[in-house]
Write a protein that binds this ligand. Sequence first.
Ligand SMILES: Cc1cc2nc3c(=O)[nH]c(=O)nc-3n(C[C@H](O)[C@H](O)[C@H](O)COP(=O)(O)O)c2cc1C
Length: 450
Amino acid sequence: MRQMALVGFLQAQNCTQLASSWRHPESRNDSMSKGYYQRIAQVLEEGKFDLGFFDDRLAMPDMYGGDHAHTVQHGIRCVKMDPLTVLTVMGMATERLGLGATCSTTYFNPFDLARRFQTLDLMTDGRAAWNVVTSFNDGEAMNMGHDRHVAHDLRYDMADEFLEIVLGHWDAWEDGAIVQDKTTGLFAHPEKVHRLDYKGKFFKSRGPFTVPRSAQGHPVVIQAGASGRGTRFAARWAELVFTAYHDLESGKKSYAALKEAIAQKGRDPSKVKLTNLVWTVAAETKSEAEDKWALADSLVNETDALSLLAEVMNYDLSKKGLDDPFTDAELAELSGGQGHIDVVVRVTGRKNPTVRDFMEVTRRGHARDPFIGGPKEIADRMEQWFVEGACDGFVISATHVPGTYEEFVKFVVPELQRRGLFRKEYTGSTLREHLGLDRPENGAWRRYAG
Ligand SMILES: Cc1cc2nc3c(=O)[nH]c(=O)nc-3n(C[C@H](O)[C@H](O)[C@H](O)COP(=O)(O)O)c2cc1C
């Protein structure tokens, strides 16, 4: 029986994806300590999750009003630690849980990134994953030594080259290259370690790469592109896709379209898992869960919403009234996530949406359309999305941590297991085994180029 994948959507910061979460009475206030992350990892592993993954941003959300004072004052994701370091700490406290981190192809160097992730994969016995992003805004550009963020489609062209280098390096050492024979003095077969010699339009890297393959070959590649260009990129490269479908019906269509795009590339669509973003508020009974939700929702501050929206749109929304439509010229100028603009235009049916339209459709800063209830209500909704063909699993966001995950593992996971929709035990040890993905042969990705 087909079973769903479960991913914990984590942040190495002072709050969850919900900026107001740090004000939640049950939130721990030691988010800059190892115990906090190790506890979250252990809860996810107890619930047999496939993966916990960190999102990332290379700047505070200071686009709104062009200043960081409100961000720091309200604690709007103003702390952002290095996710790879925190993952290592989590890996030391777990045995099976997959460990993913987000890293930008626009602002990092491919050789360096390939080496850090491949090292993490070795140090965690094949549990690492990389969420490939191209970044959102000028703040990130400026922190990383540039004046402005790179234009949307151009960043994906750069990302294609970046991936060719990373995957190329990850393949440098053939399986079986290392002999380590003390009697003959042969450490490794030189003919089984290859130099990449890559020269592209945007990047170059020579090699040979310095980190051999791991138990799962190399880290799992995750991607979450939502625009036309972004989904083409995901169809080429992703092994796990994060989606944020707006509703079940449009989700089914987008799911089918992406699987088709993957097949068009000559890849096996069943070997690329699509997991949809969802918020869950679980309790023993529906009415208890509703009370919990009322509390979490009451903590949201409108500044959180505007600031987080400005951040992903790469636009200072304080310059506009809430009901002013974006002009064509302004829309063309937005260089943040094109996927956000596309969904707002589609859902509102307006070619020139207002700031309020963006707030209402995206619900940035809020938990959008959460699954609230006891075990039955939440499992019913998850089952519907999964069985009706809108996803292969879920990326679960938290109104507070570790509470959201503790409650989900206590109330929902046993119900999903009872229905046969989710594993009772891990059957493998690597992340690829959890996700049902094959260990990649050297160079397999080259077949799907272009
Ligand atoms: C679950 C999920 C997690 C994401 N995490 C990040 C992240 O950590 N950093 C980031 O810059 N973008 C993140 N994104 C945004 C995507 O990478 C992508 O930019 C966005 O969906 C817009 O698509 P587009 O780039 O094709 O316009 C995430 C998206 C989803 C659905």
